[in-house]
Design a protein around this ligand. Structure first.
Ligand SMILES: [Zn+2]
Length: 161
């Protein structure tokens, strides 16, 4: 027998009531599992359209539902160790609707390194600046590769189409 029950979202503390549940173009109502693994219930929460989270996947504590988008990343391997990534930089879109910080409640970009202890939170403008820096970094990385090939008399590798 399931310990999951249906409860309207308005009865739970810490979960904002949807302002216009059926009419908002930026969000939708989705089922979410709220509670613990041993005792939980399904409620419907307002979820931004960009959110790809499965809020039924595992229970969230009341007031701790976080919305996030699919993660993108770039991985850096080393020819000295083919079993472990040297770096793995990731980015995702996230919003924490119950945060006391308005910047955290808003959709924002989270950037982190897999082995790192700190997550960077970026506004859209900060993310655009970072993207510009990364484009410049990519151009410089290609220049370094070209220089290394010339120094080693190495022919360019065939690239996948
Ligand atoms: Zn969501």
């Amino acid at each position: 027998m399931s310990n999951t029950v249906q409860t309207p979202v308005a009865f739970l503390d810490g979960i904002p009531s949807p302002k216009s549940p059926a009419g908002s173009p930026d969000s939708r109502l989705v089922p979410a599992l709220i509670g613990t693994f041993h005792s939980n219930q399904v409620v419907h929460i307002e979820c931004p359209r960009w959110c790809t989270a499965d809020h039924m996947d595992e229970p969230s504590e009341p007031g701790h539902v976080t919305h996030y988008a699919e993660t993108s990343g770039v991985e850096v391997a080393s020819f000295l160790d083919d079993t472990t990534l040297a770096y793995a930089l990731r980015a995702s879109l996230e919003a924490d609707p119950t945060s006391t910080d308005a910047r955290m409640r808003a959709a924002h970009i989270m950037v982190w390194e897999d082995a790192g202890a700190v997550e960077a939170r970026l506004t859209a403008g900060m993310a655009e600046e970072l993207a510009d820096d990364l484009v410049g970094f990519a151009v410089r990385l290609r220049q370094l590769a070209r220089t290394a090939r010339l120094a080693n008399h190495d022919a360019p590798a065939e690239r996948a189409a």
